[in-house]
Write a protein of this length. Structure first.
Length: 232
């Protein structure tokens, strides 16, 4: 059976409806367009995200079901509790966004989809105050972290990395209560995997996700959530 995959137009920010995404491969919605900040923000606000390899065209996805993490449902294992009691790390927000995204881009075993063009696009979003990072430091060295896009009470988490034991888990563990305390309600994890599932992420139907984010994006976080000098 042949499927027609819509191509995005350079002069339009319109996306196909997420309900039209292919079932195989799961959630593939369209290709083409660009990674301009306007298109990127439009995509995430509609539950759509780019994911493609270096030599592929830009591919846009909206999977069903959708993996999400309610920040109050973060699962802290016994071993992680023990580790955290004597943790050598400190955690910051928006102190080294470029360091975090470049950390996520290196040392991956699933094929590096965080290309130079992707990094450039996200750095622009960070300069606009739309993208944010959480950094985990061991002394003066960046040990791990995560980054993503914020829209109201929704945080679309893109990727995380570790260079030291439990560093990425520490980033998410401390971000969840911080985000919740400032009014955050939902963290988008896109596609469930064993790692995110072990931390409390679960799947919900795409239609439920889209209904939720429509409401969450109308609400604001309290002041200070993304203050760059704030230690969590």
């Amino acid at each position: 059976m042949t499927f027609h995959l819509p191509q995005l137009q350079q002069n339009s920010l319109l996306f196909p409806a997420p309900s039209t995404a292919l079932r195989e491969p799961e959630g593939l919605l369209a290709f083409g367009g660009d990674l301009s900040p306007q298109r990127m923000q439009s995509a995430y606000r509609q539950g759509i995200f780019p994911w493609f390899s270096e030599h592929d065209p830009i591919l846009w996805w909206s999977p069903d079901p959708r993996a999400v993490l309610y920040p109050e449902e973060f699962h802290l294992s016994r071993s992680m509790r023990r580790f955290h009691r004597h943790s050598p790390y400190r955690v910051t927000v928006d102190q080294d966004f470029e360091g975090v995204i470049r950390g996520c881009a290196t040392g991956r075993t699933d094929g590096c989809w965080i290309t130079d063009d992707v990094i450039s696009a996200w750095l622009t979003l960070f300069s606009l105050g739309v993208a944010h990072s959480v950094e985990v430091w061991s002394g003066q060295q960046l040990a791990g972290g995560l980054y993503g896009l914020a829209s109201g009470q929704l945080f679309c988490a893109e990727s995380m990395f570790s260079r030291a034991e439990n560093a990425s888990k520490t980033a998410l563990m401390l971000f969840c209560p911080h985000f919740l305390a400032h009014g955050g309600r939902l963290i988008d994890c896109q596609i469930l995997n064993p790692h995110t599932a072990s931390l409390g992420a679960r799947q919900i139907p795409r239609r439920d996700y889209l209904q939720m984010i429509e409401q969450l994006q109308k609400c604001s976080l309290s002041a200070g959530c993304w203050y760059p000098d704030e230690l969590i």
